[in-house]
Ligand binder design. Structure first.
Ligand code: NAD
Length: 498
């Protein structure tokens, strides 16, 4: 398949796409033990596109037993790092080779524009796996500064059986940020994709096998969070759970760990990120264009979405003009059209929830400046025009709740101190941006913000070289960079008497 395709070519492929909805355990696709399935409805047009295995406790028990057996056997866990590297790079290459197929599955599954899926999600997933693979034979242990009669070795060992539980907004990409380091460090993995977007996870299981990952090392269990997800979180033989998703479920996982085997729980959770624009921003128009993208990209379903726009009052009138104009092109259209930049929200339930927040904003006294309309002509999917609210107080529901949709709240401030106070007045601490020409002010504000990522004069920069994760209730884990390896390894000290 070539990557450049027209709307009609993608539509033809979509109409004939066959989707495997089975689980993948011990190198084989199979039905769930209880043979239950659920329908996967596409948010693009409301069609049922797949029948997905509804895994429950017996499937989790089988997958964990298999993952444990393989881990203990050492085929992968004790394989030389350089050999694991070669196999994982082959896996990344297979993802790239199948990128058109995977991008199509991602778009049909959760509604993102096909151009995003093919240019961002799938290459990003391959890159994450390759980056971790390439690093693994370059990571050294340490020697402790011991007395002469001792040798102290500080080493890292694979944790064992790792459950990877991920959300639906960047299905394969979020999974790959965890699969890369978890597999590179020698663990056995059980991936539980979101029930709202299981299709690429199921598909890549076979590619992993084709690349040479031994049977049982990489298993995929589709199913509901309260069934398969919960069973993994309570399992006595899962050593770690690497989670990306909502703060509410992150808390539930920590409780489940305490109720079971104290498995390591790593959480990358929600956000309500402030995007702070000072009157001395280098270019107010550019800041507005970036702010529009920060709330509308991926239909606003981004953990680091810039959902609170803090604007210095003296520049507000001019900035609002730019912002309104910048949001105009973000009108929803068919996700399979390569020209589309705003696709469908993940499903009708989520669309109704986001619309509900817009109604709440109006009820609480914020002013809806533009957007909020649902639907597009000719297709029955989950579409919403980005909503822009002015006159928002940070205490309002729309400024506090993680809406996880294209709803932007504009809040005015007068001083840098006030901006920082508003920015930090949230349970979350995932990301923030600061726009100013004043280097000292940029550093001062960036240091004062309690968030895992801060961008200056831009929004949402980053790649595999730097960690990504949150402060406060945005979670405790870090994806990307060598720091992410810590989540999948235990630290061991070995003392040798000389
Ligand atoms: P969610 O918490 O509802 O679900 C995430 C995953 O957890 C899914 O696979 C789900 O099936 C599973 N799950 C649900 N209930 C469970 C339970 N009781 N036990 C175990 N697993 C369970 O989140 P979502 O709606 O899929 O995703 C949106 C959320 O993800 C937002 O809050 C967003 O901010 C967050 N997110 C965070 C990051 C980050 O890096 N910090 C990145 C992307 C998304």
């Amino acid at each position: 398949m070539t990557l450049q395709k027209s709307f009609s070519e993608w539509s033809t492929l979509a109409a004939s796409a066959t989707v495997n909805g089975q689980c993948f355990i011990d190198g084989q696709y199979r039905q769930a033990v209880e043979e239950q399935v659920f329908d996967k409805i596409s948010p693009v047009d409301g069609r049922v596109i797949a029948s997905i295995a509804r895994c429950t406790t017996p499937d989790v028990d089988t997958a964990v037993a298999c993952a444990r057996r393989v881990f203990e056997a050492g085929t992968w866990s004790r394989m030389a790092p350089g050999q694991r590297k070669r196999i994982l790079i082959a896996f990344a290459e297979l993802i790239e080779k199948h990128s058109a197929e995977l991008a199509l599955l991602e778009t049909l599954d959760m509604g993102k524009p096909i151009s995003n899926a093919i240019n961002v999600d799938i290459p990003g997933a391959a890159n994450a796996i390759r980056w971790s693979a390439e690093a693994i034979d370059k990571v050294y242990g340490e020697i402790a500064p011991t007395p002469q009669d001792q040798l102290g070795l500080i080493t890292r060992e694979a944790v064992g059986v790792v459950a990877v539980v991920v959300p639906w907004n960047f299905p394969l990409l979020m999974a790959s940020w965890k699969l890369g380091p978890a597999l590179a460090t020698g663990n056995s993995v059980i991936l539980k994709p979101s029930e709202r977007s299981p299709m690429t996870a199921i598909r890549v299981a076979q590619l992993a096998s084709e690349a040479g990952i031994p049977d049982g090392v990489f298993n995929v269990l589709p199913g509901y969070g309260h069934e398969a997800g919960s069973a993994l979180s309570l399992h006595m033989d899962v050593d770690a759970i690497a989670f990306t998703g909502s703060t509410a479920i992150a808390k539930a996982l920590m409780i489940a760990s305490g109720r079971s085997n104290l498995k390591r729980v790593w959480t990358e959770a929600g956000g309500k990120s402030p995007n702070i624009v000072f009157a001395d921003a280098p270019d107010l128009k550019a800041a507005a264009v970036s702010a529009a993208s920060a709330i509308a990209y991926n239909q606003g379903q981004v953990c680091v979405a810039g959902s609170r726009l803090l604007i210095e009052r003296s520049a507000k009138a001019e900035f609002m003009e730019h912002l309104q104009a910048a949001l105009e092109p973000w009108a929803p259209s068919h996700p399979l059209d390569p020209a589309t930049q705003l696709g469908a929200l993940v499903d009708q339930q989520h669309l109704a929830q986001v619309r509900g927040f817009i109604d709440t904003g109006i009820r609480e006294g914020a002013r809806l400046v533009q957007g909020g309309e649902t639907g597009i002509a000719g297709v029955d999917g989950c579409y919403l025009k980005p909503a822009l609210f002015d006159g928002v107080d940070n205490a309002m529901t729309i400024a506090q709740a993680e809406i996880f949709g294209p709803v932007l709240s504009v809040i005015a401030f007068d001083t840098a101190e006030e901006a920082v106070a508003i920015a930090n007045d949230t349970p979350y601490g995932l990301a923030a941006a600061v726009w100013t020409r004043d280097l000292s002010k940029a550093h001062r504000v960036a240091k004062s913000i309690r968030a895992g990522s801060v961008w200056v004069n831009q929004y949402s920069a980053g790649d595999m070289t730097a960690p990504f994760g949150g402060f406060k209730q945005s979670g405790n884990g870090r994806d990307r960079s060598l720091h992410s390896f810590d989540k999948y390894t235990e630290l061991k000290s070995t003392w040798i008497k000389l």
